[in-house]
Design a protein around this ligand. Structure first.
Ligand code: ZN
Length: 120
C-alpha cells in the first residue's frame, strides 16, 4: 500500500525552468506534457503528470513509513529509559550524601550537648 507525502522541493532542481509560459508550452507540446507556473521558484516547468500538483508529492510505502515510526518510537523509549536510569543514580547519590550529612549533624549535635553538659 502506498501513500503520498509532500516532497521536499526536490523537483525544481530536477526540472527544466522556463521564463515564460510560451517557451514552456513549446517544449511541452513535443513531449505530450503540460506546463505550469511553479509556486516555489516562480518559473514554468513541464510535467507529464495528469495533475501538476502531483509533482509536489512522492509515494512512500505505508509499511516502510510505519517501520520508521516504530524505530523512532523505540529509540525515544530507549533514551527515556537511559535518562531515567541516570536520574535514579543521581537521586540515590543525593540520598546517600543526605545520609552522611544527617550523620554529621547528629554527631555535631552530640558534641554540642556534651559541651553544654560539661559547662554546667
Ligand atoms: Zn520550480
Amino acid at each position: 500500500m502506498k501513500i503520498h507525502f509532500p516532497s521536499k522541493e526536490k523537483m525544481c532542481k530536477s526540472k527544466r525552468s522556463f521564463r515564460t509560459l510560451l517557451e514552456a508550452e513549446r517544449v511541452a507540446a513535443k513531449f505530450e506534457q503540460r506546463s505550469y507556473h511553479c509556486p516555489i521558484c516562480f518559473t514554468y516547468h513541464n510535467t507529464s503528470k495528469e495533475n501538476w500538483q502531483d509533482e509536489f508529492l512522492y509515494e512512500e510505502d505505508v509499511f516502510k513509513v510505519l517501520g520508521e515510526l516504530v524505530r523512532l518510537y523505540e529509540k525515544s523509549v530507549e533514551k527515556l529509559t537511559n535518562d531515567n536510569l541516570v536520574l535514579k543514580n543521581q537521586i540515590s547519590n543525593i540520598k546517600s550524601k543526605n545520609g552522611h550529612l544527617e550523620g554529621s549533624i547528629k554527631s555535631l549535635q552530640n558534641t554540642i550537648d556534651q559541651l553544654r553538659g560539661a559547662k554546667k
